[in-house]
Design a protein. Structure first.
Length: 94
């Protein structure tokens, strides 16, 4: 974000929340693609963590080709359409 700011580029970072309380922590806009991020402090994965990512994908369809669940655990893998990554490794996974 700091690099984009220093280059004079739009931050292209957003969050999402609707009237029903559904939310996403971060959405990165890369051209017409939207890349959602859900961020959890937990060190253990829970399938309910993917709920917001799945809902957002259902809203935007093909504009969302990938998404990330960022958390404190060590296990990193692809779960369906989304990537489960440790917060220390998020930059290497983008």
């Amino acid at each position: 974000m700091k690099w984009r700011y220093n280059q004079g580029l739009d931050r292209a970072l957003y969050f999402y929340r609707d009237a029903q309380g559904r939310e996403l922590d971060l959405i990165y806009q890369k051209g017409s693609e939207l890349v959602p991020f859900e961020i959890k402090s937990s060190q253990t994965f829970n399938p309910t963590f993917l709920k917001g990512l799945s809902f957002f994908k259902s809203l935007v369809g093909n504009r969302c080709q990938k998404g990330y669940l960022v958390y404190g655990g060590d296990l990193e893998q692809r779960i369906g359409e989304f990537n489960l990554v440790n917060y220390k490794n998020i930059c290497a996974n983008l």
